[in-house]
Design a protein around this ligand. Structure first.
Ligand code: AMP
Ligand code: ZN
Length: 125
C-alpha cells in the first residue's frame, strides 16, 4: 500500500524527525544502521526522495544509489565487519517489503555465519 511522504518512516528519518544511526549522508542518499540487524553492520541505503520501489526510482538516481551502496560495502570490508556482503532489495509486500520507501540492504557476511536467504519452505503456499 502506498504511504504518503508525511507519514513515511524513512522520510521522517531523512527529515530527522525520527532518530536513526546514520552511517553516511550524501546529497541524494542516507545510509543508516538497520534497527533489527541480521548481523552487526547491517545497513540500509535510502534515497532522500520518496519512491516506493526500485521501479519508481529514475534510472540516473538508481545508478547513483548503486554507487553509494558500493561505497558502504567497500567500507564494511575495510572495517572488517565482514569478509563478504549481500545486497538485497525487497520490492512490494509479497517480496517482504515492510517499509514502503525503496531501500537497499547491505549485510556483512562471514564464513559459516549461519545466515541463509531465500529458503523455500516446502509445502507452504
Ligand atoms: P524491508 O522488509 O526491506 O522493508 O525492511 C525494512 C527494514 O527496516 C527492516 O530490516 C527493519 O529492521 C528496518 N527498520 C524499521 N524501522 C527502522 C528504524 N526506525 N531505523 C532503522 N531501521 C529500521
Ligand atoms: Zn518515504
Amino acid at each position: 500500500m502506498a504511504v504518503s511522504e508525511k507519514d513515511c518512516l524513512f522520510c521522517k528519518i531523512v527529515r530527522k524527525e525520527i532518530k536513526a544511526d546514520i552511517v553516511k549522508e550524501g546529497n541524494s542518499f542516507i545510509a543508516i544502521k538497520d534497527i533489527n540487524p541480521v548481523e552487526p553492520g547491517h545497513v540500509l541505503v535510502i534515497p532522500k526522495q520518496h519512491y516506493t520501489t526500485l521501479l519508481d526510482i529514475p534510472d540516473r538516481l538508481g545508478e547513483e544509489m548503486l554507487k553509494f551502496a558500493k561505497q558502504i560495502a567497500s567500507e564494511l570490508l575495510e572495517k572488517k565487519l565482514g569478509d563478504g556482503f549481500n545486497i538485497i532489495m525487497n520490492n512490494l509486500e509479497p517480496a517482504g517489503q515492510l517499509v514502503m520507501h525503496a531501500h537497499i540492504h547491505i549485510i556483512p557476511r562471514k564464513e559459516k555465519d549461519g545466515i541463509r536467504f531465500f529458503v523455500k519452505v516446502l509445502g507452504k503456499k
